[in-house]
Design a protein around this ligand. Structure first.
Ligand SMILES: [Zn+2]
Length: 828
């Protein structure tokens, strides 16, 4: 799964940090954290699950018949317990020779306890028939806050009363919500083949795991589609979707690769998903295990409750992956694309071999996270991969309360808590280190062994360790103990001393975190006399130092020369050393660090050289970093940068670089650049258009409003934001509708980005009625994404808005804000 928090609101790090700071003050001695979360014992094993379902859109019910085949796991048993959340259970029978004989059972709305007709022994299969009604929308009545968010089965716009929203049904199983739509042993350490017959209005398309075995049109205007999954997978990976989707099909090695989209986005199916076969091929070759399932479908649904979900052979995405061809011009390796590869990698790590418990979620999610970097470096080059993994590290490091959480998590309050930046981003970074330590070939061989040994079964971190040890021939307990079964990360202080008399260079390494030191294999690159010499060094103590001889004073000593460590680092390099690093050390992070250091010292000639050179860095994100860092108020910087920025604005092949250059040039308000901005408005890229419109607005504020109006109709993304900024600054009530619509219909990330401007505009419009509508929209956003930590920022924005409305004596709006603020500040 890619959580919404990980997938979408990634830009709101500060919001996340605020949210966590609040969590930190909670009592540390939570009794729930003392519970050892063991792997669920297996009494019975699922073997095959056959479902026959039909939907009651009006009641939001699903009528189900199930034939579930099981066998005792090892010990003989005469009873069976199935998870079944909030259902009506009408009949439970044992099936023998086609005949149903009713069984005794009790049901407490969460589990069915069934007394079997006799004792069954290991190896003896039996089939139980259950007639039931699933009532996902009534689960809330049980009063569990967690369950309201885990309905399992979702009816979207079932009455068709919401304008512009299609009617859909879809499911979400992870973590344990499949049992809200069929009775099962809803645990990740169970695996079963399945067969699902869905009877639906015949105008709709269906999707489920495996192959579409048959379609039968019924006399009553319905159609029954039967899907068969002939390889075993876990119940949380079951899926169904029903609705008006247009299917685009491709193939990989003869297997269907298909994309289910709302008709409006179907023309862009290949623009959005078309690289999927290439990724399947790359992952299959890298892992030495061909894509294991019979087909791979991806579907995009409305109102999805998370980012995306890797249901076996049928991944389900939230709306945010949808985009038009023009929007995708500016996408590069954005969240949508990295999510697509993330879910695909889960088809091996998660679906083919499944975490045996939520405590071991790392063997699913850390791999999926790592796979994003894998694809980035394969498709877009090493810099892109390094940039992606560095973002991962920074994401984890920016959340200080995570440093107490083990990667393999035997203690947690709620299983959902394990879906955090430790399991995803830290875990991905650890795999990245492990690959570097073992070497690519040994690492991939280890993955191959892990997959083949545990195929269609479960895995935990130890199985991964054993596979890596088998492949490499090296003991890895030290690595797994500190990174998988321990918490935190090294906080590393690096200082240097050169002694001219003895020609000795000393490097002092000091881990300052609480607790034990980390064992760190390090590469230390020494650049001296025009040559680079790599020294391998094992840091085994919290305080260590390395002394070596050098004929001349090194120009640079680069600790962690291959930039592998997951570490919080303070490196006392001089600016001269950073300048040298930018021009001589090869990696993304070498240059990133140098630009960061140079940006702070642009009075220094060497630092300016770095900034100016980095405007043309070979990797676009570093170009953008330098463009944004350039101090255009510094005459030396501006004189050198301006001609380069003009060239970038006109001709750089990367639209985001062009847009960044235009934005900086725009702030100079130089009329000589007007034509350049006008040219930018003609671009196909919304990013370039948006930057150009903003720049022209700064140049001539009076012309900005009428100009913005002409772009209203064909606008998305950055262009919409630019229009919105102009309206928010100089628009009147007349423009409010457009801004309101852009906010309320925007994707979560867009909403988050434009919320402040939207609030500013809402603060000064005349209509109190419109103002209240806007307040409600902001409050709704805060409520919807409260669990992702956005509430403090929403409250802050509402507080500012309150002051604005108070100045206009709009007491009704002030009251509405007070109410919304109180609601958002209420504890969960
Ligand atoms: Zn995932």
């Amino acid at each position: 799964m890619k959580t919404l928090y990980a997938a979408v609101l990634i830009g709101s790090i500060s919001a996340i940090a605020i949210g966590n700071a609040k969590a930190q003050t909670a009592p540390a001695e939570d009794p729930a954290l003392k519970i050892y979360r063991e792997t669920t014992p297996k009494y019975n094993d699922l073997v095959h699950t056959k479902l026959d379902v039909r939907f009651d859109y009006k009641k939001r019910y699903m009528y189900g018949k199930e034939w579930v085949t099981l066998k005792p796991h090892f010990y003989p048993t005469d009873s069976l317990r199935l998870d079944a959340q909030g259902m009506d259970i009408k009949n439970v029978s044992i099936v023998k020779a086609g005949k149903n004989t009713p069984l005794k059972f009790t049901y407490d709305s969460l589990t069915i306890d069934i007394k079997l007709d006799r004792t069954y022994r290991n190896g003896e299969n039996y089939t139980v028939y259950i007639d039931y009604t699933a009532k996902p929308n009534e689960l809330k009545a049980q009063g569990s806050a967690a369950i309201t968010d885990a309905k399992g089965l979702y009816f979207i716009n079932p009455d068709g009363t919401e304008k512009d929203k299609p009617t859909q049904i879809w499911t979400q199983g992870e973590t344990q919500s499949s049992s809200a739509w069929f009775p099962t042993i809803d645990k990740p350490n169970q695996k079963t083949t399945d067969e699902i017959s869905m009877t639906v209005p015949k105008k709709y398309v269906t999707l489920s795991n495996g192959r579409l075995a048959s379609q039968k049109v019924n006399a009553d205007g319905t159609r029954t589609d039967t899907w068969k999954m002939e390889l075993p997978h876990s119940p949380y990976l079951f899926m169904m979707a029903v609705g008006d989707f247009k299917i685009t099909k491709e193939t990989w090695k003869g297997k269907e690769v298909s994309y289910y989209l709302e008709p409006k986005y179907a023309p862009y199916a290949k623009d959005i998903f078309g690289f999927t076969p290439e990724v399947i091929d790359f992952y299959s070759k890298t892992l030495g295990v061909d894509y294991p399932w019979n087909k791979y479908s991806q579907i995009v649904v409305r109102d999805y409750v998370s980012g995306a979900m890797e249901n076996t052979s049928a991944t389900l995405h939230g709306e945010y992956v949808q985009a038009t061809k023009r929007e995708l011009i500016d996408a590069y390796y954005n969240q949508g694309r990295s999510t697509i590869v993330h879910e695909l990698f889960h088809q091996w790590f998660g679906d083919y071999v499944t975490a045996e418990s939520w405590s071991n979620l790392t063997v699913n999610e850390s791999f999926a996270d790592f796979s994003e970097t894998l694809w980035a470096e394969h498709k877009y080059g090493k810099d892109a991969g390094d940039a992606h993994i560095n973002d991962d590290r920074q994401n984890y490091l920016s959340q200080p309360d995570l440093k107490t959480k083990d990667l393999v998590r035997f203690h947690y309050k709620d299983k959902e808590d394990v879906f955090d930046a430790v399991t995803y981003q830290k875990g991905g970074s650890i795999l990245y280190m492990l690959r570097n330590y073992l070497g690519n070939a040994a690492f991939y061989k280890g993955l191959n062994i892990y997959l083949k040994t545990n195929a269609f079964k479960n895995g935990e971190a130890h199985q991964l360790r054993l596979a890596m040890e088998e492949a490499s021939g090296r003991d890895l307990n030290w690595f797994f103990n500190q990174w998988y079964f321990g918490a935190g990360h090294p906080v590393l202080n690096i200082t240097y001393k050169w002694d001219e008399a003895s020609k000795k260079q000393t490097v002092y390494l000091n881990q300052t975190q609480d607790g034990n030191g980390f064992i760190l294999p390090l590469a230390i690159d020494v650049y001296a006399g025009g040559k680079m010499d790599r020294k391998k060094f094992w840091m085994r103590n919290k305080v260590d130092s390395l002394v070596f001889h050098s004929a001349v004073k090194p120009s640079l000593v680069n600790v962690d020369g291959d930039k592998m460590l997951l570490v919080k680092k303070t490196d006392s390099k001089t600016i001269d050393e950073f300048v040298f690093q930018y021009f001589n050390a090869p990696l993304y992070l070498d240059r990133f660090e140098a630009i960061t250091a140079a940006a702070k010292q642009q009075g220094n000639a060497g630092a300016r050289k770095v900034i100016i050179a980095a405007l043309n860095d070979k990797y676009y994100e570093l170009q953008i970093k330098a463009i944004r860092a350039a101090e255009m108020t510094n005459d030396d910087v501006r004189n050198a940068a301006q001609p380069i920025l003009i060239k970038l604005a006109q001709t750089d092949p990367n639209t985001l670089v062009r847009a960044a250059a235009i934005t900086v040039l725009g702030k100079l308000k130089a009329s000589g650049n007007a034509n350049l901005f006008k040219d930018g408005l003609k671009s196909q890229s919304y990013a370039v258009q948006g930057a150009s419109l903003s720049a022209l607005g700064l140049l001539d504020p009076n012309a900005a409003l009428p100009l913005a109006k002409t772009y209203e109709k064909d606008s998305e993304g950055a262009l919409t934001q630019a229009i919105l900024n102009i309206y928010a600054t100089s628009g009147s009530d007349e423009q409010y509708d457009y801004v309101y619509k852009a906010f309320t219909e925007g994707q979560p990330q867009t909403q988050f980005n434009i919320m402040k401007k939207f609030a500013d505009f809402t603060g000064r419009i005349k209509s109190t009625e419109q103002a209240q509508k806007g307040i409600k929209a902001i409050a709704d956003f805060g409520t919807k994404y409260k669990k992702y930590g956005v509430a403090p920022q929403v409250v802050q924005i509402l507080t500012g808005l309150k002051a604005d409305r108070a100045k206009l004596n709009d007491t009704a709006s002030v009251a509405a804000i007070d109410k919304a603020t109180a609601e958002l500040q209420k504890a969960e």
